[in-house]
Design a protein around this ligand. Structure first.
Ligand code: DGY
Length: 429
């Protein structure tokens, strides 16, 4: 596939998964609107239709909860092909949603959309509404997921991380009691081979956590302290900090000085607190299990994502770049979510090894901010190598480039457009 074919295929995938005002990640496996999928999809959509890109995020924000949380799934239409559906979540929303959230990439995406839009009054008003919503969401994070005011927010469910079955959660998840799990039937393995999906052991605990929160009526003033799973992920926090900085810059340009200072304050506190997650042993950041109080012994890609927020000249930048270069030496098809040297690595199972174009994108963004164009280009090339060999799949084996998970995948297609249109790759016929 040459670059023009790739671009045409990516455009085709965005249009087949487009429901008009939101986009499904892929037909069958994920038939609703997912939070961070939608935000990242808007980047690709903007190249085709600027208005449509803004609508994608407006649709998501229309389902923001009164407390500020933006849910991880919006169940716009009935579909039996997914578990757990609205009948399991029972969040009581007018349009059903899940009751947990997802990585807050919205802020960083809004900045990108704004910079690439005609900056007229209509767009300005749209953008102001969305940054106000993102600001309420970010304030919710620090209020409800950092009640001790440490400067770092915790995930209460592996699904919130976006890296569902990462090795990072193994120990914390194993401590979740499962004695009251109601019988359930998975649907994901009807669409994708079970060897590429989380295990039953993990699903039992995913469902147990959901039931715990549902029993508390999804009251976010109670969930953090009641949750048997509380993990602080450096990647998730870096995304939140980066998005807060983007909000601060946008709010400055859009004449919202109070919003700008609130976002900047949150970002500054988070950046300082992130240093508590540095592991000298792994030469990168790692997760903290807030329940046990210990750092997690796992060198995942989540611990490389602080590249998004480290300033030029930061003492840990070189170490993170060395880890990334090494990762690409041993696994050339994108950035492996866990190092192949880890005995728990599984190159085909979802977030236990495979590479993902959206994570590659976030790393590239961080590297560009730190003037490391050579390494950024290496990751762009590794990403496009996956597409050239295997098409737009959900994720890839990082050593062989095998297509894995769902096919004709929206956010992968959106990242292809992003890389080809905005990251210095020439599109030749
Ligand atoms: C799934 O169902 O696998 C999703 O990742 C949860 O959001």
């Amino acid at each position: 596939m040459n670059t023009l074919d790739m671009l045409q295929e990516a455009n085709r995938i965005l249009s087949i998964n487009d429901k008009g005002h939101y986009t499904v990640p892929t037909q069958g496996l994920y038939p609703f609107q997912w939070n961070w999928d939608s935000c990242l999809t808007a980047l690709g959509q903007q190249s085709l239709n600027n208005d449509r890109a803004w609508i994608e995020i407006e649709t998501l924000v229309a389902h923001q909860w009164d407390d500020g949380m933006v849910p991880h799934i919006v169940f716009h239409e009935h579909d039996d092909g997914y578990f757990p559906g609205p009948d399991v979540w029972r969040t009581g929303r007018p349009t059903p949603t899940s009751g947990i959230t997802q990585p807050p990439v919205m802020g960083l995406v809004l900045e990108q959309l704004w910079q690439r839009s005609p900056q007229d009054e209509t767009t300005r008003q749209r953008c102001v509404k969305l940054i106000e919503a993102a600001d309420r969401w970010h304030a919710w994070f620090y209020r409800c997921r950092d009640p001790q005011q440490t400067g770092l927010v915790a995930l209460l469910h592996p699904w919130e991380s976006g890296r569902d079955n990462s090795i990072d959660w193994d120990a914390a998840l194993a401590a979740v009691p499962v004695d009251h799990v109601e019988p359930y039937e998975r649907r994901d393995t009807l669409h994708v081979d079970a060897s590429q999906r989380p295990t039953k052991f993990e699903y039992d605990r995913y469902v147990a956590l959901l039931q715990t929160f549902r029993d508390l009526n999804w009251d976010n003033s109670k969930l953090h302290d009641a949750s048997p799973f509380q993990v602080v992920d450096p990647g998730f926090n870096a995304i939140l900090i980066h998005s807060d900085r983007a909000l601060a810059r946008l709010a400055g340009q859009l004449d919202r000085p109070e919003l700008a200072s609130a976002a900047q304050r949150r970002a500054d506190r988070g950046t300082t607190a992130l240093e508590t997650l540095w592991s000298a042993e792994h030469s990168q950041y790692v997760c903290l299990n807030r329940k046990s109080g210990g750092l997690v012994d796992s060198a995942s890609v989540g611990g490389l994502l602080p590249l998004l927020v480290l300033p030029d000249g930061h003492p840990h930048l070189n170490a993170l770049c060395r880890r990334l270069n090494h990762s690409l030496d041993v696994a050339p098809f994108g950035v492996a979510s866990h190092p192949p040297e880890d005995s728990r690595f599984d190159g085909r199972r979802y977030w236990r090894g495979p590479s993902w174009l959206i994570v590659n994108y976030l790393l590239i963004k961080g590297l560009q901010d730190n003037n490391n164009a050579a390494l950024a280009e290496r990751i762009v090339n590794a990403s496009l190598r996956c597409i050239e060999q295997s098409g737009c799949s959900e994720y890839y084996h990082p050593i062989t480039g095998e297509a894995l998970g769902g096919g004709t995948f929206t956010w992968t297609a959106a990242m292809v457009i992003e890389f080809l249109q905005h990251h210095g790759v020439s599109v030749a016929a």
